[in-house]
Design a protein. Sequence first.
Length: 290
Amino acid sequence: FENQQKRIKYIKDWSRARGVTFTGCETKLKIFSIKGGQDAVKIYLNEITKLVYKYDSIKTPFANEFCYGTYHTIRMYKKQDKWYVTVDWYNDPFDDSMPENAQPAVSIQESIPKTTMAFAYNRIKAVEYADKYCGANYYLADGYKYNRKYRNYANQGGDCANFASQVLSDSSAGSIRMSSGWLYNFRKGEASAAWINAGAFTHNMLYSGRAKLAAKGKYNRVVNYEKAISPGDIICYEIKGDIVHVSIVTALDSAGVPLVDSHTNNRYHVPWDLGWNSDNVTFWFLKVNG
């Protein structure tokens, strides 16, 4: 209950800051398993929530939508013909600003080369892939699923960089060629640090020339550079010197705000700053070359 109060307050504060009013909400569930007997059960399910919003200053019938996915492990027991929930364990999709399973930081010098390289990058396919496998697509019957070709690192520190790497490199997505430092071994089901670690991924993108830094700083600074990035680009989130999360820009809403897809706390077309305490986070906008 206290966590839900905290979440509601955060959402209200965010909507006021963005000048946003929420106008609709829908939820659907996918139950994976129910175990137990007649009087006690354990349920594992996925909940995908779709929120509809509009900007108070924009007079248009166009509705903005975003979705997020939440995995629940629920325990219930029956007493006098009524069922009671005793446990509801889940990752709060709006609690990224305090990640419990952040990958360890990778110590790399921050100087960024000014030279860039040309890469063949299919942005359209990259976005299509992200929307299909983000795990929170309300409009797909199997929109809760990840791509099973790849190992899921969600319970081993986080799956965000693994997902971003897939979006950029998979043959059905961005199709950027892997390298020895940024690599997924399909035969062994293993990945390099730059493939699965948010910090190593970010620095590899910059040092390899696959991406360039379009903006970096606190929210009040980088919000002025929203137009510098577009679908197919990357946003990274740094807390106390550690890059703890990365997401893929997949759309723009009616106000031109970049919307992102990501893994671990699964997101589909969510405003890029939603869920992050702007006072504690340094944002990196990465423009993918090609």
